[in-house]
Design a protein around this ligand. Structure first.
Ligand code: AMP
Length: 287
């Protein structure tokens, strides 16, 4: 693989305990390096990745439906690091019989954001469980989603790279409405065929549906928050609460902007290229 990965500055365990401690308002662990990086161009950002050893600590940003989960999970297999999606953690909790379940269901089904306190607690638990299994490095998907979450994260560890996936709003809505999930294997599929013509100098986009294999077809469900009304609210909240996070990382020279050129067959090789990852491994690493 072309990218040499780096040793994380702190272990996942100390990350998870620091993240909880920092959130509860006490001081940061002094052993953590809080350096703010100087501005780096896209190319120097990627050159920086090449010189590292250890595991990546990456974040995926982007509007609901853009495909963060799809590309983050593929990359996690490719790079051998866990893909941690806070939306999955929230859904696991709301489907459990835990004390937060009904409160979370109400918030998520209205398209609102869960409180930072709950998200940090779910993320800390997930990181601790990973640490116990020997995991290191991560690709975070859906976190941070607010400036305060980004500040907390910055206070406890050094994020190497933030990938900002971009797609036009019309396609995002269609992708969310067409999304189907297999309740057994958890994989995401899509019934939407997106064909948006370019106009007024804006490029068009074509995305084939992503059909489920026969064994998943009888087990497909739609997310309760993938209705038109709720998706529009989630997109509005993204613009209000999460878009500023893009600028947070842009100003620190960590943001890699990636406009999706189409569906997975067109986008995956281009994303690997943009990340300066070795194309030779891409077919064998990801089914
Ligand atoms: P997602 O699967 O990323 O679309 O997340 C589903 C829902 O989980 C979101 O609409 C929020 O209600 C909640 N959620 C996930 N991640 C976060 C986060 N970092 N902060 C607040 N709420 C979140």
């Amino acid at each position: 693989m072309a990218v040499l990965l780096r040793n994380p500055k702190i272990s996942i365990k100390s990350f998870s305990s620091c993240i909880s401690r920092n959130f509860s308002g006490t001081t940061l662990n002094s052993e953590i390096d809080l350096k703010v990086p100087s501005f780096l161009s896209k190319n120097s950002l990627l050159r920086r990745q090449e010189t590292k050893e250890g595991n990546v600590q990456w974040v995926f940003l982007g509007c609901p439906g853009v495909g963060k989960g799809t590309y983050a999970s593929r990359l996690s297999i490719f790079l051998g690091v866990p893909h941690i999606a806070t939306g999955d953690l929230v859904r696991e909790e709301l489907n459990s019989s835990g004390p937060l379940a009904s409160q979370l269901k109400e918030i998520v089904n209205q398209g609102k954001l869960v409180s930072d306190e709950i998200i940090i607690s779910l993320l800390s638990k997930r990181l601790e469980a990973g640490e116990a299994k020997g995991e290191s490095g991560f690709i975070l998907d859906g976190f941070p989603r607010t400036i305060s979450q980004a500040e907390i994260l910055e206070g406890v560890t050094d994020i190497d790279l933030v990938v900002n996936l971009k797609l036009q709003k019309e396609a995002l809505l269609a992708k969310c409405l067409g999304r189907r999930i297999c309740i057994e294997c958890g994989r995401n599929y899509n019934v939407a065929c997106i064909d948006i013509k370019g106009e007024n100098g804006n490029p068009g986009i074509y995305m084939d549906p992503l059909p489920a294999p026969p064994q998943c077809v009888p087990k497909l469900i739609q997310r309760a928050d993938d209705t038109e009304e709720v998706v529009k609210e989630r997109l509005r909240i993204y613009d209000e609460m999460s878009q500023p996070v893009e600028e947070f990382y842009r100003s620190r020279g960590k943001l890699l902007e990636f406009d999706l050129p189409g569906g997975i067959p067109e986008s995956w090789p281009k994303l690997l290229e943009a990340l300066n990852l070795d194309h030779e491994d891409k077919c064998s690493a990801v089914a």
